[in-house]
Design a protein around this ligand. Structure first.
Ligand code: PHE
Length: 373
């Protein structure tokens, strides 16, 4: 009797650790649902939910429904850490989809790693993110490639020689991308005539832009997030800087043109997918997304959708729901036909994929070219 009592006490926490409900598999997600890059989290979450609804409608995974718990990190590193901690220790998720912003993924992934809970970032492109450990994956390309893409586009397609860089010094993503771009552009014979900084939350960029204007660059490379980029574009035009502006995936938000208005039109950024693709998988995804949310999916929605599908497929293949079993299957992801391209994870747990160059035209995203690794 005493033994039975003891073993009950010992197994109860373990049972609770499985899932709240035996017919469900708990999946976690965290991202910025509020704050200055809120569209990152909101879009990504819409993509994740669309994928999970489809999977559940088709019978779920291992005969169980996927139950998603999504948490808001408010765009703050410390909130990302606490969201992942809660998902792992309280919700007892079997895996986490999360982290768009590289800084927040890098800050919070160690929590998942230390509990052996797989962490799949849909969109964090800074190389350091997956270096956290063998439980951390991403299904997007990395910034050493993304930086090369725009350096190549600026020098080869646009025949530009002089570039000014304006980077967000407090953002790992922005700093990493600026560095790679500078290196690759110089390699191609170009010159960086100015390399200045700002911080997320700044609203006045006139001092930096005035300095940049005096150097007469052919373009400004601004690898930041959309809120500041929109303001920078406006102020650049007000100061008479007429050359095209360029950036990375952090530009992708419906808010970019709301903030940047006319000033953002005609400028270029690298991204993960194009709505103009003729791939039936892409048009089918756009149709389903529009039917559910009445809006066009941005790259984050597409990446969130692919991340959830890749994770679900790995859970389905895994012999059991333990972290190590699921981890091993995610690592085997090969030639997965995603909306954002064919996804194979390499030994560094990163995806190797092509990027597209997009031109902003109000809310439209004009496809310019594809650049492959
Ligand atoms: N790549 C960005 C980062 O790592 C996040 C991002 C991805 C933003 C895709 C927009 C679109 O911080």
């Amino acid at each position: 009797m005493k033994n039975l009592f003891l073993s009950l006490i010992l197994t109860l926490p373990l049972l609770a650790g499985c899932t709240k409900n035996n017919n469900e598999i708990a999946i976690g997600e965290f991202d910025s649902m509020t704050g200055s890059d809120a569209t990152f989290g909101l879009s990504s979450n819409k993509g994740v939910r669309l994928a999970i609804d489809e999977i559940n409608a088709a019978g779920g995974v291992k005969g169980k429904k996927l139950a998603l718990t999504a948490m808001d990190d408010q765009g703050k590193n410390e909130e990302a850490v606490s969201a992942v901690t809660r998902l792992v220790t309280q919700t007892k998720v079997v895996a986490i989809i999360g982290g768009v912003a590289s800084g927040r993924s890098k800050a919070s992934a160690p929590v998942a790693q230390s509990h052996q809970i797989p962490f799949v970032s849909p969109a964090s492109t800074n190389p350091d993110v997956t270096k956290v450990g063998d439980y951390v994956f991403r299904i997007c390309f990395i910034d050493p490639f993304q930086g090369l893409v725009m350096a190549k586009f600026a020098s080869e397609n646009m025949k530009m020689k002089k570039v000014a860089i304006l980077r967000d010094v407090k953002n790992d993503y922005s700093v990493g991308l600026a560095d790679v771009f500078a290196q690759e552009f110089k390699k191609r014979g170009g010159e960086i005539v100015s390399d200045l900084s700002y911080q997320a939350g700044d609203i006045d960029f006139k001092a930096q832009l005035t300095q940049i204007r005096s150097k007469n660059p052919d373009t400004l490379y601004i690898p930041g997030y959309y809120t500041e980029v929109g303001l920078i574009a406006q102020q650049a035009r007000q100061l008479g800087i007429k050359v095209p502006l360029m950036g990375g995936d952090g530009w992708d938000s419906e808010k970019l043109s709301e903030i940047g208005k006319e000033a953002i039109n005609g400028n270029y950024f690298s991204n993960h997918y194009t709505t103009e693709s003729t791939d039936p998988a892409v048009s089918d995804f756009i149709k389903k997304f529009k039917a559910k949310y009445n809006e066009t999916p941005d790259a984050l929605a597409a990446l969130g959708y692919d991340a959830a599908k890749i994770l679900a497929a790995a859970i389905e293949r895994a012999p059991n729901l333990s972290g190590p079993a699921i981890r091993d299957e995610i690592a085997k992801t090969k030639d997965f036909g995603g909306v954002t391209g064919k996804i194979t994870l390499n030994a560094n747990r990163d995806a190797v994929k092509s990027a597209v160059v997009i031109q902003v035209d109000g809310k439209n995203r004009k496809f310019i070219t594809t650049i492959s690794p």
